[in-house]
Ligand binder design. Structure first.
Ligand code: TYM
Length: 325
């Protein structure tokens, strides 16, 4: 089984990215052929600083390594290093109706958020993502729930291409984590946790212990005192219970019981401690990896070489089928 996924290098990574995507990747690297990309071209569709992009790419490579991805078991590389991604995205655009791109939830949301910067790249984002996935003959794409629609569109594009020009692509399926597919914002638990929400809405993987504590203690919760998992009626507390459950491994029922006669503050204090301990490992590994500039470059170069030969194979076939050989 071939697995492909990617993350945008847009600065800090939050625990939503980790729980929705990376945690699945770590399990998958043991049983599948995994290709994990740093999707820098996607990061350019929302406002960004060119001078910071290379640092963000390097930091994301460090996250991949610090989280436990093993470059001996999977391929890491940077999207813009392999020209086939943009070439295929263009070609896929020629067979994709405009209406399908316009109805993507992410396009609608992001164009509302960045009124001053609704660029065509934002609209074409899913075409580049489809190219990423289809170039590697991917069977499965482990992502959080917000990306499900894009993977489904990719499948539709693959089917359409295969019907029109003859079979080239595999039709990939989406892999959502069993729990944690949509971690909510700490400040607005009805919205997903996101970097664009401001630092108080998320916990970064590299937040210092005091920051974690401050953010968790300041999370927006629900009226009442009951600690009960009920995402509709108690979205704030349910989000904290879910995060607690995943990081501690304790069943939610047990947590409800343990905190039965205690207030929200007790739950928050205890969760902050769990997070500080769990994320401590990341911080330590990051510190060590920050000193290993050459090693990181080597890992990415090795990955690029392997990915490039896979991408070239598919692209040769696509060009032939489309009549541009
Ligand atoms: P990005 O960088 O926005 O998100 C990276 C991953 O994190 C997941 N995620 C979440 N999961 C749970 N709860 C949340 N609050 C949360 N926020 C984010 C996302 O679902 C994603 O899995 N478009 C992709 C990047 C991409 C890609 C690809 C992914 C480009 N090409 C090809 C897979 C295959 C994205 O959302 O990145």
């Amino acid at each position: 089984m071939r697995v492909f996924s990617g993350i945008r290098p847009t600065g800090e990574l939050h625990i939503g990215n980790y729980l929705g995507a990376i945690r699945q990747w770590i399990e998958l690297q043991e049983k599948a052929e995994c290709v994990f990309c740093i999707v820098d071209l996607h990061a350019m569709t929302t406002p960004y600083k060119p001078g910071e992009l290379q640092k963000n790419i390097r930091d994301l490579a460090i996250v991949y390594l610090a989280a436990g991805l093993d470059p001996e078991k999977c391929i890491f590389f940077v999207q813009s290093e392999i020209k086939e991604h943009t070439e295929l995205a263009w070609l896929l655009g020629t067979i994709t109706p405009l209406g399908e791109l316009k109805r993507m939830t992410q396009f609608k949301e992001k164009s509302k958020k960045h009124l001053e910067y609704i660029n065509a790249g934002l609209l074409n984002y899913p075409l580049l993502m489809a190219a990423d996935i289809l170039l590697y003959q991917t069977d499965a794409v482990p992502v959080g729930k917000d990306q499900k629609q894009h993977v489904e569109l990719t499948k539709e594009i693959a089917r359409r291409f295969n019907n029109k020009f003859g079979k080239v692509f595999k039709e990939p399926k989406v892999l959502l984590p069993k729990v944690g597919e949509k971690i909510m914002s700490l400040q607005n638990p009805k919205k997903k946790m996101s970097k664009t929400d401001g630092p108080h809405g998320y916990i970064s993987l590299f937040d210092a212990p005091e920051e974690i504590k401050k953010k968790i203690m300041a999370t927006v919760t629900d009226p009442g005192r009951n600690i009960r998992y009920d995402p509709l009626k108690k979205p704030g507390i349910s989000n904290l219970l879910m995060i607690y459950h995943i990081f501690s491994g304790e069943p939610i029922k047990k947590l409800e019981n343990d905190f039965k006669n205690k207030g929200y503050a007790e739950l928050k204090k205890s969760l902050a401690k769990i997070l500080i301990d769990s994320l401590g490992l990341f911080r330590e590994k990051k510190k060590e990896l920050d000193q290993r500039e050459v090693y990181i470059k080597e890992v990415l170069d090795r990955g690029t070489k392997k990915a490039r030969s896979l991408a070239a194979l598919t692209m040769e076939n696509v060009r032939k089928k489309m009549g541009i050989f």
